[in-house]
Design a protein around this ligand. Structure first.
Ligand code: G6P
Length: 613
């Protein structure tokens, strides 16, 4: 939801800003803009649409300066046109602001500032920040920011630069992320680390309620109340090469193919096959409190919510603890019943999804233990929660989640095993068996990825369909939901995921000769029941794309060679089916999207991190 980048240093500011925005474009791509300070003047360039448009403008109108700000927008307030593109200016055009989030009291502020004579030229909420800064600026930008913060309500991160004090960048955080990068004689301010990862791996996260003041002399961190904060920078292990496409046509395809590596990394060092022990000490949750846990709530949004749905199956089946699953935006407003011995687990790739954070904060404030399953080191979710179980997917750039989903599943398997061991539901020997099965997952995924060509062929055949139905049962039902979501997000084809047994209670009415029905019918997992559902769909004319397990040829008797498709997934233990079955559905959605000429990595209207409600 909007990406911010700021730079102070000797390099070409415009190049640094554009490079940073390229890495932040996953956060929104409705418009982009940059501003630099040079010779006491601010130079601003903005463009509607993707960053390419801005880059073209920069090519024809070079900008100088060693201080600058950039922004890529996901529109909330105001249409996605050039006028509403950031950076926004005050009346004097001597200061600029870039902003991520929502200023909730902007209408009140706008009418008050208008009455005081300020002229508004955009439809955005952000513009009030520029005018407030103008109003409060006497001789120091930091002081103007402090005064301005007192008047703003909402969740926001912003950064500002003034021609009247051009050697200073100030950023403030109250919700959405801001992170400082500290290089040799240069500093960066950004919404996310990949924005400056090719320049430095030394980072400092801002907490809520903090302000960063960047000057050529370095960084000063202060609270919104003006109290000095001392913090050591953290060193990021992500490699800059990880945020490149490395020869793949799209980030999404690269990230789908990275899943075996990501799964291995997420398992690494967390179990011993010899003893069957699981090591999750890093979460900070002690065995006694896990043993006392009476109920678990899994909360998340989007694809992470689908991981939570699989997590319910895993934890209930393996550890025998009741699990509730909630969409975070529902959980936070439904006054859930929580007890002192409950555990609330927030699942979030980014660790910055506004609804998930709000739900976790509300839970923490009620004194309930919270655990984050998260991919981004030091992100807000990890700061709110009692403990964190990191996934090690590495940076995910494609807007549609892939490797973050499978690594979330791995984290949930580990949590389920750990809980089961502590509560006496898994003996050391049984633990060794399930761990051996999960240890095979990466290898089976590698074999599954070899189906890419088959799926590309199926995609070419079905890419003009208007509707898809995805069916599955048990722990594969969330995978059907995820397959349908991937297809909707990437190709704009309407798709629904349904528990196969529920098909006859509604979706069956949609089925006709034009409707492809994707069915996960793996061995075990209620195969016969799912096969019956395939028959029911076929009886109404559906064309079936079925996924079965290698060696199990029963569906061949049901399916028509000339109308249907039967794709065999490599033989694997039933326990890891959710991890394996999602891979071909990701590939199917990817290839359908490519066949339709859609923008795979940046689907319309979406953003990777949703930092507003
Ligand atoms: C957005 C993204 C999804 C993601 C969801 C939750 O909708 O487009 O891919 O699953 O947010 O994000 P999180 O970072 O909390 O997992």
């Amino acid at each position: 939801m909007c990406g911010i980048i700021g730079y102070i240093g000797p390099q070409s500011t415009v190049e640094v800003l554009l490079g940073g925005l390229k890495r932040l474009e996953y956060r929104g791509y409705d418009s982009a803009g940059i501003a630099t300070a040079h010779d006491g003047t601010l130079h601003v360039l903005r463009s509607q649409g993707k960053l390419d448009n801005l880059e073209r403008q920069v090519g024809s109108r070079p900008m100088e300066g060693h201080y600058g700000l950039g922004h890529t927008r996901w529109a909330t307030h105001g249409r996605p046109n050039e006028e509403n593109a950031h950076p926004h200016r005050d009346c004097t055009k001597t200061l600029v602001v870039v902003h991520n989030g929502i200023i909730e009291n902007y209408l009140d502020l706008k009418s008050r500032l208008s009455a005081e004579g300020h002229r508004f030229v955009t439809e955005t909420d952000t513009e009030v920040i520029a005018h407030l800064l103008e109003k409060h600026f006497r001789s120091d930008l930091e002081q103007a920011v402090m005064e301005t913060l007192k008047e703003l309500d909402g969740v926001f991160a912003f950064a500002t630069l003034s021609a009247r004090q051009p050697d200073t960048l100030v950023g403030a955080r109250n919700g959405p992320p801001l992170v400082v990068g500290l290089g040799e004689g240069e500093s960066f301010l950004a919404s996310d680390i990949p924005a400056f990862l090719s320049h430095t791996r030394s980072v400092m996260y801002l907490d809520d309620g903090e302000v960063a003041v960047l000057t050529p002399d370095g960084l000063r961190l202060v609270s919104h109340e003006g109290k000095e904060i001392k913090r050591e920078p953290a060193r990021i292990t992500w490699d800059p090469i990880q945020v490149e496409k490395q020869g793949y046509k799209h980030f999404m395809l690269k990230e789908i193919n990275e899943q075996p590596r990501a799964v291995r990394d997420t398992l690494l060092g967390r179990y011993s096959l010899d003893t069957g022990r699981i090591h999750l000490d890093e979460t900070g949750l002690d065995d006694d409190s896990l043993k006392r846990t009476r109920k678990i709530s899994l909360i998340a949004c989007g694809t992470s919510w689908h991981a939570a749905l699989v997590g319910k199956f895993l934890i209930e089946n393996i550890a025998r603890i009741p699990v509730e699953v909630d969409i975070a935006s529902e959980f936070r407003y439904r006054n859930p019943i929580l007890g002192p011995d409950d555990l609330v687990v927030g699942i979030s790739q980014s660790g910055e999804t506004a609804d998930t954070l709000a739900a976790l904060k509300a839970t923490r404030d009620r004194g309930v233990t919270t655990l984050a399953i998260c991919n981004v080191l030091g992100s807000m979710a990890t700061r709110i929660c009692t403990g964190t179980l990191y996934t090690h997917a590495g940076p995910e750039i494609g807007v549609a989640s892939t490797k973050s989903f499978t690594t979330q599943l791995v984290a949930l398997y580990l949590l389920a095993f750990k809980l089961a061991q502590i509560r006496g539901h898994l003996s050391p020997e049984e633990s060794q068996n399930v761990l051996a099965e999960i240890a095979r997952a990466a290898h089976v995924m590698e074999q599954t990825l070899l189906l890419a060509e088959t799926l590309e062929g199926i995609a070419r055949e079905f890419h003009l369909a208007s509707n898809f139905l995805y069916l599955a049962r048990g722990p594969l039902y969330p995978i059907a939901l995820e397959g349908a979501l991937k297809l909707k997000e990437l190709s704009y084809i309407h798709a629904e995921g349904y528990p196969a047994g529920e098909m006859k209670h509604g979706p069956i009415a949609l089925i006709d000769g034009r409707m492809p029905v994707v069915v996960l019918a793996l061995t075990g997992l209620l195969f016969e029941k799912t096969a019956n559902n395939i028959q029911e769909a076929k009886a109404r004319g559906a064309r079936i794309i079925a996924f079965a397990t290698e060696g199990d040829r029963r569906l061949e008797q049901i399916l028509d060679e000339d109308r249907d498709h039967l794709v065999f997934l490599p033989e694997h233990p039933e326990l890891i089916s959710p991890l394996i079955a999602v891979v071909p559905l990701q590939l199917l959605a990817y290839h359908i999207s490519v066949a339709r000429g859609c923008d795979v990595d940046q689907p319309r209207n979406l953003a990777k991190s949703v930092t507003v409600e």
